[in-house]
Design a protein around this ligand. Structure first.
Ligand SMILES: Nc1ncnc2c1ncn2[C@@H]1O[C@H](COP(=O)(O)OP(=O)(O)O)[C@@H](O)[C@H]1O
Ligand SMILES: [Mg+2]
Length: 205
């Protein structure tokens, strides 16, 4: 009997520039990521960050849990918590979640609350992220009508001497910079949903 886990194409969730994500064939609360290249720099960066900041990430509300590697028919896979809604479906990423045109007041209010809570979690946990790609943030609905943002990718830092791994003040400084970059990006790309009055609340001085 072989120990290689078989992943069928129907379990495919999504893919970005670096890896393809599948539902775990045996445990639907987990997903498996297969890097497009076995020596992907971004995957290495994330694994280094997860190792060095294991204690901090174990307590994180934002970052998905990591469960180690597994041999699969598609190559070496990395097992993570799958971001799921209360109905068992994979959550939407922030790009699919945000409407491009102004929604009704109730929906708008919900989006504003989700983003303000994301701000509070992000600046509390000071997670190091590499860019402002909002497909790496998923909006989870763990119970009907209750939402939280989760970070599934692009964590770590490219710098050689990773001060942000070692010192809280450096992590806080960097997180604040990146947070404000995310807000600027959202304000430019979703002006109907994120108007100046919300930008003022989201930005951190
Ligand atoms: N933990 C997760 N739970 C559910 N879906 C996920 C998870 N991680 C990633 N995905 C989905 O898979 C896509 C690709 O995964 P990602 O880690 O972002 O790969 P890449 O490094 O190539 O961008 C994501 O955009 C998201 O839609
Ligand atoms: Mg991604």
């Amino acid at each position: 009997m072989s120990n290689i886990l078989t992943i069928k194409e129907e379990l495919f969730i999504g893919s970005g520039g670096h890896q393809s994500t599948y539902i775990h064939p045996i445990d639907r609360t987990k997903c498996i990521k297969i890097p497009h290249s076995p020596d992907d720099g971004d995957v290495r960066k994330e694994m280094r960050y997860r190792k060095l900041c294991a204690r901090k990430l174990a307590k994180s509300r934002l970052v998905t849990e990591y469960f180690g590697t597994v041999e699969t028919n598609l190559g070496l896979g990395y097992i993570f918590e799958r971001v799921l809604d209360y109905d068992g479906n994979t959550s939407k990423d922030l790009k699919d979640f945000l409407p491009k045109v102004a929604p009704d007041t109730q929906t708008l209010q919900r989006i504003w609350t989700i983003l303000l809570n994301f701000k509070s979690d992000f600046l509390h946990e000071n997670i190091a992220i590499v860019d402002t790609d909002i497909t790496n943030f998923m909006v989870q609905e763990p119970a009907k009508g209750s939402y939280r943002v989760r970070i599934v990718d692009n964590i770590g830092t490219p710098v050689l001497i990773p001060l942000v791994y070692m010192f809280d003040f450096a992590a806080a400084w960097k997180a604040k910079r990146y947070w404000n970059k995310i807000v600027d990006w959202l304000a430019i790309n979703y002006p109907e949903v994120i108007p100046p009055e919300l930008v003022a609340q989201l930005k951190e001085k």
